[in-house]
Structures are given as C-alpha cells and as structure tokens.
Design a protein around this ligand. Structure first.
Ligand SMILES: [Fe+2]
Length: 192
C-alpha cells in the first residue's frame, strides 16, 4: 500500500499543503527540519518513518492563522486534515505538541518525540548561526549542549520541551546528536 492508502496523504501532498498555508521560508524550513528528526526517531520505536515524518511536516500548518491565538494552534490543522481524510493518529499526534494550551496530555512516544523534535530545531539553527562558518556541518553536540545551558541564548526555545526526549528514554546528548545529524542530511534545503 502506498502512503495515501495508509495515512490518507502523501509527502508530496503534505508539502503542497505546507506551501499553501505557511507564508515564510523560515516556517517551511522549520517543518522540514522537524520532519527529518521525526523520521530519524521513528525506527527506535518500531514506528513508520513516513508517518512520523508527516507529523513533523504538518505540525505547524495553521501557524500563520493561530500564532496570536495559541489556544487554537493545531485545531485549524485538525479541520484541514480531517477534511482531507488524513489518518486520525497523525492529527492526534500533531495536537499534542500544543498540549499545554489545549489541556491535553502527552502519552505516546510520538507525542514526546514531536514536541522535543520541533523544539530542538530552533536551538540547532540558533547554535549554527553563531558558529564562525554558520554551517551546520561543523556544529558539535557539545556546542548545542553549552548553548542550551545559557539561559539568555535563544531564550524563546523551551528547554523543558527539548528534555522531553528523556521521557522516551533518549538521553539529551544522544538526542542532540541525532537531531544535528538529521538536519545535516538536509542542510541544503535548510540553507544551513
Ligand atoms: Fe513547530
């Protein structure tokens, strides 16, 4: 069965949706980065990388509309994806990255993975941009770790959300390394 049959949407269709709904390059790159990390995480949980990738790619689809109304963030996405017949598991996972604002609880590995993954993308981009070369290829795990400890650095990045990786038994250092590797694999698309 192809991805449409299983999950109700293909990667190409998800990319089209992203192009349509997200109006900045930064947000599209953020979603591509989240996708890459989610795909890398999936095999550790015996999960389908296509499904986890789609969750990463589509998680912020309604961001343009809801950025000033976080209590609605992901609920617009839910409507869009339900309309298209996307698998409910994808929609449920997406909603949990806004658990705090929606009164939801993260329970499944994918819930913790998505929140940690989409959050660490911001830390990795910020840490890359302060290296002399501004290239992710030379970014080290230890640099990201150090930046994370500096509270004033990229202060909008929620360290507690990154640390949710530990809830699914991935030590922080390992999670940083995996995330850097995943983003390095698409460095061209990320412009890093
Ligand atoms: Fe996000």
């Amino acid at each position: 069965m192809n991805a449409t049959a299983v999950w109700g949407i293909t990667r190409e269709e998800a990319l089209e949706l992203m192009e349509r709904y997200l109006d900045t390059d930064a947000m599209r790159k953020h979603c591509l980065a989240a996708e890459a990390i989610m795909r890398a995480l999936a095999p550790r949980f015996g999960a389908d990388p296509d499904m986890w990738g789609l969750v990463g790619l589509l998680h912020d689809l309604d961001y343009n509309e809801t950025r000033d109304h976080m209590e609605r963030h992901t609920l617009e996405t839910e409507k869009i994806l339900l309309d298209r017949g996307v698998h409910p598991d994808i929609i449920e996972a997406i909603k949990t990255h806004n658990a705090e604002n929606l009164g939801l609880t993260r329970t499944k590995p994918i819930d913790f993975a998505l929140t940690a993954a989409e959050t660490i993308t911001g830390m990795i981009v910020a840490a890359t941009l302060v290296t002399p070369e501004k290239k992710i290829d030379s970014l080290k795990t230890s640099s990201v770790r150090k930046r994370m400890k500096a509270k004033e650095f990229a202060r909008s990045v929620n360290r507690d959300h990154i640390r949710l990786c530990e809830q699914i038994s991935i030590p922080l250092e390992e999670f940083i390394t995996l995330s850097i590797d995943a983003m390095q694999s698409i460095s061209g698309k990320l412009g890093l």
